[in-house]
Design a protein around this ligand. Structure first.
Ligand code: AMP
Length: 291
């Protein structure tokens, strides 16, 4: 059994479970507050705080983990990112009060107080920028610190930016970008090594998760098109290996084409196909995509 540490609550918890379920690893929890669950024959999940996951993976309490890259970087633990899971996207940003004249990090006066839940990343960032500041570690809600007079500057996670705006704060720099990652212990657990079984299992899991992530941005499109328009249809529908062309029983001069199309291109593609005389179009989601 390989143990995977998953976030027990917060933004990353639901998306992690949904991703594993889509990859065929349904999280079978025994009750709402269970601390562990079966994930099929090879894996079991343990549910812990997202900020503790780098430590659990680094010291071997879990073989693999899912957590935010921001938390991995702040932990300074020797873990290895195996896959960007593409949810929980945010950036760790430097923000100041809207009304102040600071436009960039170099404008921040020496000796300013910086409130943050990421003291190590913040200290490293200001040291690299050659700006001497006093770090004020807080355990949450850094955005309130300027109002309380605890700090002049904050370093906090930003997703849409609405929390900053509501609190009269303005972003002036990005410390790092983050999203959820699958992590393993340092030393390339995904690469061939003396522990071959383990490597094979890790690579299989990465491939399964990757197939789900890849499929999310794609749609399967089917359409009937006039045979004589096939040349132009192929230009509209490049697909993975070019579209599949299928004869239709009693279809006359019509053939069916199937192709994988980027979700963001579907709107335009349907319009282009209609202009070429296509009909009977069908667009479906793809569960997994293995090229
Ligand atoms: P927003 O208003 O969308 O910019 O979100 C900012 C608030 O959500 C801050 O309090 C952040 O600490 C928190 N936040 C945003 N994105 C994430 C994330 N990916 N992981 C954890 N907390 C986040």
């Amino acid at each position: 059994m390989y143990r995977i540490a998953l976030p027990n609550k917060g933004r990353l918890a639901d998306d992690s479970r949904a991703l594993f379920a889509d990859a065929g690893l349904d999280v079978r929890v025994r009750g709402d507050r269970a601390l562990s669950a079966s994930l099929g024959e090879l894996f079991e999940a343990i549910f812990v705080r997202a900020e503790d996951i780098p430590e659990f993976v680094a010291d071997g309490a879990a073989d693999l983990g899912v957590t935010g890259w921001d938390l991995v970087a702040e932990s300074e633990r020797p873990v290895e990112p195996l896959l960007d899971l593409e949810f929980g996207r945010c950036r760790l940003a430097v923000a100041v009060s809207d009304g102040c004249g600071i436009q960039q990090v170099a404008d921040i006066p020496a000796g300013s107080r910086v409130a943050t839940t990421f003291p190590k990343l913040t200290a490293r960032f200001f040291a690299d920028a050659n700006v001497r500041v006093d770090i004020v570690p807080v355990s949450g809600a850094a955005e309130i610190a300027p109002h309380l007079g605890i700090a002049d500057v904050i370093v906090d996670l930003v997703s849409t930016g609405s929390t900053l705006r509501v609190n009269g704060l303005r972003e002036v720099a990005t410390v790092c970008e983050s999203s959820a990652r699958l992590i393993g212990r340092g030393g390339s657990p995904g690469a061939p090594s003396h522990d071959d079984d383990r490597s094979r299992v890790v690579r299989g899991l990465v491939a399964a998760l990757q197939s789900v992530i890849r499929a999310k941005g794609q749609r399967y499109l089917m359409a009937n098109v006039p045979r004589e328009a096939l040349g132009r249809v192929k230009q509209v529908l490049p697909g993975l290996n070019g579209p599949t062309v299928v004869d239709i029983l009693n279809g006359g001069d019509q053939v069916a084409v199937h192709a994988v199309v980027r979700a963001s291109d579907i709107y335009r593609t349907i319009g282009d196909l209609q202009a070429l005389g296509a009909s009977g179009m069908l667009v479906t989601r793809i569960e997994r995509l293995v090229p």
